[in-house]
Structure formats: C-alpha cells, structure tokens
Ligand binder design. Structure first.
Ligand code: FAD
Length: 390
C-alpha cells in the first residue's frame, strides 16, 4: 500500500479530512491537479473567505434528503471551526446574518489547513491529476499521469464543476457513476440570473443599482439585496433564490419589504397630491430605479392617477414578477446543486454503502448550502466526519 487513504482534491473538504485522518494515525496522500491547494478558498468571500456562519443548521441546506447533513453538522459545528481559527490567531469579524469573514486574506485559512495537514503527517501532491480509480481486492488503485498508487480507502473530495477556470471538474460524478452510485441532477447554484435580449435592453440602464428586497418563488423566500447587472440580476437575494430556481420559472421581487406600498401610495395621493410618481418612488428606492419604474406611468402627479394605476404602481414595486431567461452557468456559479445521491452514502461516515472504502465529501455530494458560509461549514463538517471514520 502506498497510503492508508488517498484523498482526491486538496480543497476545503479534502484538507479537513486529511488532517482528521492523519491525527488518528492514518497515512494520507492528498492529490490535486491544481498547482496550489484551496484555490476556491482563496477567491471566496471576495478574498476574505466567509468561512462559516453562526446560525448554520440543517435548514440552510438543499438536498433530496434534508436530514442527511444533520449528523456531520452536529458533530463538527461552526463553533468547532471558529475554535480552530482562533487557535491560529486568525482575526475575524461577523459581517451580517451570522456570516464570519477573515479580517485579513483567505490565504490565512488555507495556511491554517495546510499546517493542520502537515502536523497530521499528510503528504500533499499538487499538480497531480487523478485520471482514474479502480477497485482491486479489498483496496483501490488510483491512477495519475505518472503513477499508480495502491490504497485501502479513497476519499472523493473533488467538488463540483462550478468555476472550471479554478480547476473545478465533474470528475467526482464520473467516479460515482463508474461505481454504480446514483446522481441527483446537477445545476449551477448561487449564480446570477440572466434576462432575454428583449428584457435586457430597457433594464441595462440600471446596471450597478442595488436595492433591498424580498425575493420569493414557490419553494423559498430571501430577504437580501438585489443587484442589477448588464446581463440580468445578481446580489445575495438572487444568488440565494437561484439555488431554488428551475428554468422557465418566475420569481417575485418585493422592493418594498415590510411595507404596504398601496396603502402608502393612497396616503401620499391624499396628503401630497402634487407629488410625481417618480418622486414618490425615489423616497424609498435608488433614484435610477425610481426613474425607470416611473417611465411606464405617464402621470405628472399622484393626484392624476386613478386607483387602478396606483395599484399597478404598487404591484410594480412590491410584486415585480419576472421570468429570467437562464443563469450565468457554472462559469459564475459559486456551487453546484445536486451531486452524489445521499441515499448512496452513510450520513455518519460518508462511505458509499455499495463500495466499502470509497467516500464522498464536500460539494460533490447532494448537499448545497445557502449563501453565507454554509457551504464551507458543510465541507469542514463532512471532511471531519469522514476523517474520523477512516
Ligand atoms: C467565487 C466563489 C466564492 C465562494 N465563496 C464562498 C464563501 O465565502 N463561503 C462559503 O461557504 N462558500 C463559498 N464558496 C463555495 C465553496 O468554495 C465550496 O462550497 C467549497 O470550496 C467546496 O469544497 P470542496 O472541498 O468540496 O471542493 P473544492 O474546494 O472545489 O475542492 C476540490 C478540489 O479538487 C480538485 N480536483 C478536481 N478534479 C480533480 C482531479 N481529477 N484530480 C485531482 N484534483 C482534482 C480541484 O482542483 C480542487 O482543488 C465559493 C465558491 C466560489 C466559486
């Protein structure tokens, strides 16, 4: 045997798993085709890594089996990771909604994980693509362009295909299929939504405008900011709803969250009848957005607007119904929804029921977190759960 365990992928989940397994005395080789470990950690959180979330819990994850993540998340919590961060003296802050970021650069988290792996005796081989894995007796043979390595256990920690230019591949799914495991259909998630050309033209003038919203569809609702872009919509609220969006569906945007726009409009018409619709809108919305919305209402004063038009204006603000044309795809998606069917895996160890010794952790599994540090918490927790079982 070249190692007790071979881990494919030196990302968030793979390094966490390697350190946990190494501490238990296992010999571990981590292989990654990238030249540097943790590339996605490096670019995450705008370079400051939103490494966990104080409110992280099972409700922050999407999966065909909403109970699957509970075991790992319970055994390695956000507070456990925070303890580790503090042990390394990494300064952090809470940005909003429990989201914890480094005060400095994401590289501090990568360095911490690399140190943990080194201390645990892991061997890290970068620039080493895994081409294949075959079962051999009780163990496995892992093939790279230059070697074949024998091992008792293989951990697939190679993520999903989101952001291919960062080294992301669908290799984990290929392995799952090869070993007869079911896959849940994969889609880009936490991804900007795009408009049709017809919708794009009138909205293009709003590019860069951000507004607080509640965005809803049949399955979810998020209370966050929306950002207009040249190609469609982005911002936290859109990224969140994108994980629950299927092609062809509509979403509803409320740009007056917590307010009764129609009641306020009626009151304004009675109390300030000379106010223009644009000025009324501008009291609550960014000026560019107010002008854009007012364009379709050709009235100089609220006093001239019949009740039907007040209602239309209120609806425009509080229930803007749009049907996005699509998403920006894996090129811009922060994560991949779907993946290895959790029915195929033990929730305690992440081992494939059908293939003893083969494990899947992190993003490659059908567990997708909300925006805000939940995806890393799943990577840490599933990595530790697996590492402790190896
Ligand atoms: C721009 C961006 C920002 C993000 N920001 C945040 C954030 O702030 N907070 C948060 O919680 N989540 C964030 N995420 C999501 C988070 O990065 C992922 O959920 C997390 O990295 C998944 O960890 P992983 O270890 O499963 O996979 P990855 O981190 O993707 O690691 C997989 C590794 O496998 C390697 N690999 C792939 N195929 C092979 C192969 N055949 N052979 C060898 N190696 C291979 C890859 O090079 C990679 O290093 C962000 C994602 C992106 C793209």
């Amino acid at each position: 045997m070249d190692a007790d365990v071979i881990i494919i992928g030196a990302g968030a989940a793979g390094m966490m798993c390697g350190a946990a397994a190494g501490r238990r005395g296992k010999s571990v080789i981590i292989l990654d085709h990238a030249e540097r470990a943790g590339e996605k950690i490096r670019i995450s959180g705008g370079g400051r890594c939103n490494f966990t979330n104080l409110h992280c819990g099972p409700d922050n994850f999407i999966s065909e089996n909403p109970h699957f993540a509970k075991s790992a998340l319970k055994r390695y919590t956000q507070y456990d990771f925070l303890d580790l961060v503090e042990k390394y003296g990494i300064k952090w802050h809470e940005k909003t909604k429990g989201q914890l970021f480094c005060d400095g650069r994401s590289q501090e988290i990568i360095d911490m994980l690399l140190t943990e792996c080194t201390k645990a005796g892991n061997e890290l081989r970068l620039g080493t693509e895994v081409l294949g894995v075959e079962k051999l007796g009780d163990g496995f043979v892992v093939t790279t362009p230059t070697q074949t390595l024998a091992t008792s256990a293989v951990v697939v920690a190679c993520g999903g295909p989101s952001i291919p230019k960062m080294g992301a591949t669908g290799f984990g799914y290929k392995l799952a299929e090869q070993f007869g495991l079911n896959l849940i259909k994969t889609e880009p998630a936490l991804v900007p939504l795009t408009f049709t050309d017809q919708m794009k033209t009138p909205i293009a003038a709003l590019s860069g405008v951000s507004v607080d919203t509640v965005i809803t569809n049949e399955r979810a609702s998020f209370d966050e900011a929306l950002l207009f872009t040249h190609r469609g919509l982005s911002g936290p609220a859109i990224l969140q709803i994108s994980s629950y969006w299927n092609a062809g569906e509509a979403i509803t945007v409320n740009m007056a969250p917590g307010r009764d726009a129609l009641a306020e409009l009626r009151k304004a018409k009675a109390e300030t009848p000379k106010l223009s619709p644009e000025k009324w809108l501008a009291q609550y919305l960014p000026a560019r957005l107010a002008s854009h919305l007012a364009l379709t209402f050709n009235y100089a004063r609220l006093a001239d607007m019949p009740d039907r038009e007040l209602m239309n204006l209120a609806l425009q603000v509080s229930a803007w119904h749009i049907r996005p044309a699509g998403t920006e795809g894996y090129r811009k998606a922060e994560v991949t929804r779907g993946g290895v069917d959790t029915d195929e895996l033990s929730s305690k160890t992440l081992e494939a029921w059908k293939v003893p010794g083969l494990y899947f952790i992190g993003e490659v599994v059908d567990v997708t977190g909300h925006l805000g540090g939940h995806n890393f918490q799943w990577a840490w927790a599933s990595g530790v759960a697996c590492g402790q079982a190896l």
